[in-house]
Ligand binder design. Sequence first.
Ligand code: NAP
Ligand code: ZN
Length: 345
Amino acid sequence: MRTVKAWAATAATEPLTPTTIERRDVGENDVLIEIAYAGVCHSDIHTARAEWGDVPYPLVVGHEIAGTVAEVGSAVTTHAVGDRVGVGCLVNSCGECEQCRAGNEQYCPDQIGTYAAKDRDGSITQGGYSTHVVVDADFVLRIPEGIGLDVAAPLLCAGITTWSPLRRWGVGPGSKVAVVGLGGLGHMGVQLAVALGAEVTVLSQSLKKQEDGLALGASEYRATSEESTFTDLRGEFDLILSTVSAELPIRQYMAMLAPEGTFVNVGAPVEPFEVPAFSLIMGGKSLSGSNIGGIPATQEMLDFCAEKGIGAQVEVIPAEKVNEAWDRVVASDVRYRFVIDAATI
Ligand code: NAP
Ligand code: ZN
């Protein structure tokens, strides 16, 4: 065991505070990572504030981890000391089921999340708001040269979560895609869809971030506070990707889909959606969801980002600013991902 520094949540209503946690010894298939940066995902906030259910406090969140390999186990052949690596939302899975064999670890019933999950040894996994982490080598991704570790960190969740549905629904040249919500996930979704060749519209609550959205490659940017947005864009999109962290009147969005279009929800508010049958029946539309993505797809996305020169737009913060940053994320006041400098933890 080694004792490392971290910032932890101790209760739903308390700010994060500095602490120490134990990391396991490096097993034969493990990698010890010296964390350089940890992205702040809205899921960290939903989780720590107990919006999704009970929390095993004290808990260290963070599942957008980028750093350098500091030690490898004797059986590890895929990573070496000094390599630039990342860890996303998963740190293990059964490795044997049909889904794992297909590279869809995110569907494995025995998947182990990077934080708040029961690990193989019975302990609760602790995430990336920390200086070091020990992870099974199969769940460690390579960060290609050419992407800074700070801008790479958010790719490990925000990147793969938006990449996965864009690929599943075959987005490419000729696709008309709308991305709802220009936050951490949304700004990655826009960049990735544009790089795949799609024509992209941002649907945001206001026009405050219009200039940024267009600079990210969107060809149109519309405010959902304007009723005309919904009428002007009726029947327009093949795919609507919602990254909204709060309740959304989905029926209004279904009307903006072209026939046989799909609304994919990746945002994770707590309240159920209300969708009238006719908004699906007419036009043969689909409503779907998507959960992060598998390990092979995550590597594919990282390699694609390096090739296309894509990264997250980040605001690097010292750990002591994390509580303030969380409040700003909740207020949709982030451009476009906070990333904690692990050297300040
Ligand atoms: P974020 O940075 O806070 O972005 C969410 C965006 O949603 C905001 O920037 C805002 O964009 C929009 N929004 C917020 N409140 C809204 C409201 N009341 N009505 C309409 N739009 C609103 O969060 P994130 O880190 O990107 O995460 C987004 C959601 O995805 C969270 O719920 C998170 O838990 C979830 N998530 C899911 C997965 C998955 O695998 N499915 C993975 C990671 C995260 P505008 O200001 O542009 O309107
Ligand atoms: Zn996340």
